[in-house]
Design a binder for this molecule. Structure first.
Ligand SMILES: N[C@@H]1[C@@H](O)[C@H](O)[C@@H](COP(=O)(O)O)O[C@@H]1O
Length: 242
């Protein structure tokens, strides 16, 4: 595990965007695994800037997103499809038919999960960007006695709904379920880029990176992956001996 700590969020975002640009320069047809939440927005801003400067192109790339709420259409301003368009896809040259997100509106959600796994099998992820939930969730893989490997439907924990309520009118408006890539699919990525910012995540960062590997902290399973890059701002990394 390669853990890097940055003095500012700005430097962290620039470094992460640089990793994506570097991969795309080496392999324009790379498959990127993307994430939502407040953590990656700065990275996407930097990627857009690099695109405008001719330093990053997604024209031949494929992208997969980790997760989507069940029941929110892409036009809903809190759906992850909407988020991705707003924060990245509307501003870069990604081909619309090479962008994949789980469809949380699918009538048959089990079939949707199988469809997503099939697509992932066809286009293995070269680099998977991950944020980190306060309870150690990655994507929407919540702490549990066991974890699922493939794409599946999850019941969101109250803590997660409360954490995400800041984006909705009230906590009741946060969907109760989501479709998420499973831990197995995440761990299949060639490289994993875990990005964490803020003092409120310092404890879970320490637990995930240095604590026991347990399904009660899904991010701790990243310790079993051979190529993990962790980017932390100094607040998120303050409890680690770096
Ligand atoms: N499903 C997303 C995760 O993919 C994200 O990593 C996490 C942290 O979000 P934030 O970056 O806003 O703290 O929350 C959400 O629940």
């Amino acid at each position: 595990m390669n853990i890097l700590s940055f003095n500012s969020k700005e430097e962290l975002d620039q470094h992460a965007a640089g990793l994506f640009a570097g991969l795309l320069a080496r392999n324009p047809q790379a498959t990127l695994g993307l994430a939502t939440g407040s953590t990656p927005t700065g990275i996407y801003e930097k990627m857009i800037k690099m695109h405008q400067q001719g330093k990053l192109s997604l024209k031949e790339a494929t992208t997969f997103n980790l997760d989507e709420y069940v029941g929110l259409p892409p036009e809903h301003d809190q759906s992850y499809a909407y988020y991705m368009n707003k924060h990245l896809f509307d501003h870069v040259d990604a081909r619309r038919d090479s962008i994949y997100l789980p469809n949380g509106m699918a009538l048959d959600l089990d079939a949707e999960c199988a469809r997503y796994d099939q697509l992932l099998a066809e286009k293995p992820i070269d680099i998977q960007l991950l944020g980190l939930g306060h309870n150690g969730h990655i994507g929407f893989n919540e702490p549990d006695d066991s974890l699922r490997g493939g794409t599946h439907i999850v019941e969101l924990q109250e803590e997660t709904r409360e954490a995400n309520a800041r984006f909705f009118a009230s906590v009741e408006d946060v969907p109760a379920k989501a479709v998420t890539m499973g831990i197995g699919s995440i761990l299949k990525a060639d490289t994993i880029l875990l990005v964490v910012k803020g003092a409120d995540k310092a404890e879970i960062v320490k637990e995930a990176l240095t604590g026991p590997i347990t399904t009660q902290c899904p991010a701790s399973l990243l310790q079993t992956h051979a190529k993990v890059i962790v980017l932390l701002d100094h607040e998120a990394g303050r409890l680690l001996d770096l």
